[in-house]
Design a protein around this ligand. Sequence first.
Ligand SMILES: [Zn+2]
Ligand SMILES: [Zn+2]
Length: 286
Amino acid sequence: MPVLPTFVGVTPTAHDRNHGAGLRLTVLGCRAGMPEPGWPSSGYLVHLRDGEVLLDCGPGVAAKAAARAAELSAVFISHMHTDHCLDLLVLGKTLTQRPLPATRLPVYVPAGAAATLRRLNELFPLGGDGPGEHPADHVFRDVFDVVEYAPGEAIRVGEATIEPVAMRHRLPCCGFRVEAGGQSLAYSADTTTTPAFEKLAGGVDLLLAEATLEEPDRTGHGHLSAGEAGRLATDHGVRDLLLTHWAHTDGGWLDAQVARARAQFDGRIDVAVPDHTFHVSETQEP
Ligand SMILES: [Zn+2]
Ligand SMILES: [Zn+2]
């Protein structure tokens, strides 16, 4: 477990109370780039009334996601940077070691990613009597049903509608807008500012927004500063803001990122911390 930093006006543990069956989000990992001890890379579990959806599967996320395999309804990958997808194969191989489910787990990926993932699997055969002869080599035949999504085409998962929205990043990248039971949350994935935020997050109850940078991105790589995340939340009528994708994880730095967002957004602001659950239904005074 990470040592929890102190936060400006934020008490993450207060969110671990059971607030019933509303839409919830558990942070499995929230580190930008490669993980640190106790801080896996990107992975977020959305709890629906009728299942769970994993958004991204970066390094350090697979073991946690596998522990929820019985509840998992689908996996969505925002883009093919390793900090968002590299544990997908680890998750798949883990699931091949268990009794196989009656139906494969839908894994929604960007265009072109299905071939990349299959190639990756083939590059690391476990072997047995020959390449492809071990059960762990049959991730895509036995446990994953890989589907390439199209931006703007909503996907139904149980009670939820999940729409991929094209963002602005170095690689093609989609954020996801999740609507379920009259509640809504949006995940920015990796992006700089873009008009697509209105489609992604206009009026949502909770925006899970990357806040990677201290200052606006001048490199063209495509990330948000914490101040930009706060400004976007204000401009698009977001109720609550959950900041994530941390470049650093010490408490002082996180406090400063919250303060930068706070200068632009009057609503509730929380900090993504591994293994904490945030309740979308929760309405509290900021
Ligand atoms: Zn990233
Ligand atoms: Zn990225």
